[in-house]
Design a protein around this ligand. Structure first.
Ligand code: FEO
Length: 401
């Protein structure tokens, strides 16, 4: 059965949720599913923006036909040519042979790469600031390169003051319970998975997101329709504040994330003891993650959220314990910046993980390594409590205003 929803007088949500696949991009766990949003504007001319992932192809096509209600499709906007939004483009072009693709020149190249179809006679190429009127609506196109691919663009509808924002302002998770962000508890039901989506998918491209935010600041936006996650029509300032912080690598709040890699529990013991000592000194919140057990995407999101990090790793094959190294490499890949970081290393005969972690962190901008580095030889000894106290004191000093 079709699942379309009207979001303004003639704009329909026609996307669909995928609850079956456990991984997005075949790497990120999506235990709460994933939405692939698409919209149909039933104006004098009909406009589809965008298509969807192959996983929800059947539901999307049923929705598209229902929203068109027998009318032909005149335009399909391709804001982003990644297959989670364009896998069904080929089907749409076959079903609606008169439909024209509205995209930029880079997108046209990608269409040719993904599909065995010459679309040159069906493409309407748009550039920055171009406008397309379809009746009541008039869409202006803005390029948003690297949010999240180089060809990404967004469009602004002057009639309903909607920003069709592509990947920007998206989220992991489904929204069967409510299409709109204002229909849910934002902190509980949106923020964690939106942060994890942003930091892992778009986090690397902060300057590009900043460029888009500057363009958006010049528009009278009443509604944001992303390609994933809920639609925003209230509290836009709250959403924009999060994007401002995330895209400038600014912590959302003070807090300590302790990431540890432990083989037999001794490094874990040190991490837990430090957490307890921080708590004793009034440092809050402190979040502990065993890198062997938590998918790195969750730790990357937590790292973007908080001001302080502690990495504790055993020395393994004369290197960093691989699960901790994966987190560090992931942070580096996502252009992670501007944090205070402390290190704990363990090594039974040749501790090296501290030096190696410091080397990885030194490649990241604005990372301040704390003076105190704790070295454990196999297991934390009672006489090393003073070392832990010194590190806890050093970190807690940042909580004294
Ligand atoms: Fe949701 Fe970059 O695709």
């Amino acid at each position: 059965m079709q699942t379309i929803q009207k979001i303004t007088s003639d704009v329909y949500y026609i996307g669909a949720c995928d609850m079956r696949h456990r991984l997005f991009e075949n790497i990120y766990p999506v235990p709460e599913g994933m939405t692939y949003n698409a919209y149909l504007i039933a104006d004098d001319k009909t406009v589809l923006t965008d298509t969807c992932d192959v996983s929800v192809r059947d539901r999307f096509l049923e929705n598209l036909k229902a929203a068109l209600n027998g009318r032909p499709l005149d335009y399909v906007f391709v804001h982003h040519m990644e297959p989670d939004h364009c896998a069904v483009l080929d089907d749409v072009l076959t079903l609606f042979p008169a439909a024209r693709i509205v995209c930029n020149a880079k997108t046209q190249i990608l269409i040719g790469q993904f599909f065995n179809r010459d679309v040159s006679d069906r493409v309407l190429i748009v550039k920055e600031g171009d406008t397309l009127a379809t009746g009541r609506h008039a869409f202006t196109f803005y390029m948003a390169p690297m949010v999240h691919w180089p060809e990404v663009m967004v469009s602004y509808d002057a009639a309903d003051k909607i920003l069709f924002s592509a990947d920007a302002f998206g989220s992991f998770g489904t929204m069967n319970e409510c299409l709109f962000a204002d229909g849910r508890d934002i902190d509980r039901d949106w923020l964690p998975e939106a942060r994890r989506y942003y930091t892992n998918i778009v986090g690397k491209y902060g300057p590009s997101v900043q460029a888009l935010l500057k363009k958006a600041a010049g528009l009278d936006i009443q509604m944001i329709c992303p390609l994933h996650g809920p639609i925003w029509r209230r509290d836009l300032a709250r959403l924009l504040d999060k994007y401002q912080k995330w895209s400038t690598y600014t912590p959302e709040e003070k807090g300590v994330v302790i990431v540890y890699g432990s083989i037999y529990g001794h490094t874990e013991n040190a991490a837990c003891a430090l957490a307890q000592k921080l708590s004793d000194r009034g440092v809050y919140p402190v979040h502990l993650y065993d890198a062997s057990l938590t998918h790195p995407s969750y730790i990357v999101a937590e790292a973007f959220c908080y001001s302080h990090l502690v990495f504790a790793s055993v020395t393994y094959n004369n290197g960093i314990f691989p699960p901790v190294e994966t987190v560090l490499l992931d942070l580096k890949a996502h252009n992670f910046q501007n944090r205070s970081v402390a290190l704990i290393q363990n090594g039974s005969w040749a501790p090296a993980s501290g030096k190696l972690m410091a080397a990885l962190l030194s490649d990241m901008k604005g990372i301040t390594l704390r003076n105190t580095v704790i070295t454990i030889a196999s297991a934390l000894k009672p006489e090393q409590e003073s070392d832990l106290n010194a590190l806890a004191d050093e970190l807690a000093a940042d909580w004294v205003s």
